[in-house]
Write a new protein. Structure first.
Ligand code: MRU
Length: 364
């Protein structure tokens, strides 16, 4: 167990002022167990990196920015747990934990981005200090700063995205890109929350999102709590809903955006983007710049997580398909840039994204 008594008290706790699924409490990481929502509010406490990696794989925490923040705290926990044996000459245990954390889920680049940032912080701290406590302090500060920055960026994304909406807009969203998927506020739901406070939202449709039901369990819960009018729709009802409801915008988050502007997000996003084009509904992707992976030249090169057949053949532990039937269970799909009207980041809006506009967005 990590000993924390020689750390300054200001580093022992961080709980954002607004709702967040992640908190740092008395030198331990606490995650709201998203598998139990909306019916149970249950926080789990973590004190070592391997159990944090399991929590990410097992979907206790999910959503691209949220798993990045969680992994950053995981690195801080690793330094605390190895404090007795760690030396600035031998960082092997902490580097092994970073590798473990980076393998916890493959598609969301925010995870690798946060771990790279923590690794850089570690190397800088080691170059500057020999005292282990100073290194541990630097890592906790960095994890808290990643968490704070994500919330701040979500608000900027929300404001930039809301500027694109007209009053009385009807919006469709998929999966959960809300406070639960980030440090707080959300990306796609950040846009919806910000637009709602400006009286621009008349109706939100939330797709249920098989097989984990993030839309049914998480998005409809978040929107209901915020008093935003939400109607839940099944995956199969998406075409009918877009045909008959004059939906103005499809607004989704992202797990990784390639240099050509194509977007990996929860499986089903690609179907919705095609439907949206057919029904004259615009498509907005809301994501912080940590979701871009400019080393990936084109969207089809983004690694797509394949999850267990059992998630499709069973509902929770109850079989819903004949025994022995196998399933295809990609967790994400890739929407090409030409189906996207706007990508919104904390820096602003990239309209009708392409390779040149994305490069320019990051040059400025
Ligand atoms: O499998 P999940 O629940 O982690 O998938 C989440 C999504 O696809 C979100 O849309 C994405 O991570 C953006 S979250 C701001």
């Amino acid at each position: 167990m990590a000993t924390t008594n020689s750390l300054p008290s200001t580093l022992m706790n961080f709980e954002p002022q607004e709702f967040s699924p992640i908190r740092w409490n008395n030198g331990a990481l606490e995650l709201l167990d998203q598998r139990l929502l909306p019916h149970q509010i249950h926080w789990i406490s973590y004190q070592d990196a391997p159990s944090v990696a399991h929590a990410i794989t097992d979907m206790v925490v999910r959503g691209a920015p949220a798993i990045g923040i969680t992994a950053a705290y995981g690195v801080a926990l690793s330094a605390m747990a190895h404090r007795g044996t760690l030396s600035s000459e031998d960082l092997t245990p902490i580097m092994a934990d970073i590798t473990l954390l980076s393998n916890s889920r493959p598609t969301a680049i925010n995870l690798m981005w946060a771990l790279d940032r923590m690794k850089l912080c570690l190397l800088k701290a080691v170059a500057k200090h020999t005292a282990i406590d100073a290194i541990v302090t630097a890592l906790i500060e960095e994890a808290i700063s990643i968490h704070q920055q994500d919330i701040h960026f979500c608000h900027s994304i929300g404001d930039h995205g809301a500027d694109l909406l007209s009053p009385n807009s009807t919006v469709y969203t998929h999966c959960n890109a809300g406070a639960l998927a980030t440090g707080g506020h959300g990306t796609a739901l950040g846009v919806i929350r910000s637009a709602f406070t400006q009286d621009k939202i008349s109706q939100v449709f939330a797709g249920e999102t098989r097989p984990w039901l993030q839309g049914a369990r998480l998005t409809s819960w978040e929107l209901q709590q915020a008093g935003i009018p939400v109607r839940l729709v099944t995956e199969g009802a998406a075409g009918h809903t877009l045909k008959h409801n004059s939906v103005d915008w499809l607004i989704v988050g992202a797990d990784r955006i390639a240099a050509d502007g194509s977007v990996a997000n929860k499986v089903g996003t690609y179907n919705l983007a095609i439907l949206a084009r057919h029904h004259n509904c615009k498509v907005m992707v809301a994501a912080p710049s940590s979701t871009f992976d400019l080393t990936i030249h084109q969207g089809d090169d983004i690694p797509i997580e394949q999850r267990a057949d059992q998630e499709v053949t069973h509902y929770q532990d109850i079989p819903i398909a004949p025994e022995g039937v196998s399933a295809l269970n990609p967790s994400f799909d890739v929407t090409p840039a030409d189906l996207i009207d706007a990508i919104v980041t904390e820096r602003g809006v990239i309209e009708r994204p392409n390779r040149e506009k994305i490069a320019a967005h990051f040059d400025s």
